[in-house]
Design a protein around this ligand. Structure first.
Ligand code: FE2
Length: 212
């Protein structure tokens, strides 16, 4: 696992147990000859599926390279943070008040629409890499790194909170893109660079809103 973020799923005790259990199960099943590690992992998820053969090394087979498994974990992290920021933006769209209500209400709507599309794109990339996309809001909340709850601050506070969220994702997506590129996954790299570009642009708009 590559520790590029302040909080990794493997830093979470529950996630660590889950990952270790999966690896132990793989080892146990492969050593008894009852199933291959790949089939065991999928059987544990409730069915048999075909492994992607898309030219990206499987991390479980190589200690030297980051593989599909590690990249999918990184993309899942980005997706979870994007989902949290999506909800936060929509909540602020609902609850914003004050003299700039209309402009902010509309701007937040445009932003959460973009974030919803990004969530879908990221989750589908996780699937293309052969992993399961998040299956519950609890899972998303447990791996997200941006704060989950800000209540209903004033309009300026809302803009500042969203600005921090977009700046966080701009930084994380660029770092994640570098890792994907180093692993030969140009598709994920390009997707994440596109995400970084959009977060930087949205951060600029939010920052401009704060200027006097
Ligand atoms: Fe609305």
């Amino acid at each position: 696992m590559i520790a590029i973020f302040a909080r990794s799923p493997l830093d979470d005790e529950g996630a660590r147990v889950e990952v270790l259990s999966a690896r132990e199960r793989d080892h146990r099943l492969s050593s008894t000859g009852s199933a291959s590690p790949r089939h065991a992992a999928h059987a544990a998820q409730g069915g048999r599926t075909m492994e992607p053969r898309i030219g990206i090394d499987d991390g479980r087979r190589s200690t030297a390279e980051t593989g599909r498994r590690e990249i999918s974990e990184i993309v899942t992290h980005v997706m979870a943070d994007t989902y949290v920021l999506y909800f936060q933006t929509q909540s602020f769209h609902w609850n914003v008040r004050g003299p700039h209500f209309h402009a902010l209400h509309k701007m937040f709507e445009e932003q959460y629409d973009q974030l919803a599309e990004a969530v879908d794109e990221l989750a589908e990339r996780v699937r293309a890499l052969g992993a399961l996309a998040p299956t519950s809001l609890g899972q998303i909340a447990s791996i997200a790194r941006i704060p989950l709850d800000h209540g209903a601050p004033g309009a300026r506070g809302m803009v500042e909170i969203l600005l921090r969220g977009h700046e966080h994702l701009a930084r994380d997506t660029r770092r994640a893109a570098e890792i994907a590129e180093e692993s030969g996954d140009g598709v994920t790299h390009d997707m994440l660079i596109g995400r970084a570009e959009e977060h930087e642009k949205t951060a600029w708009m939010l920052r401009a809103t704060l200027d006097e």
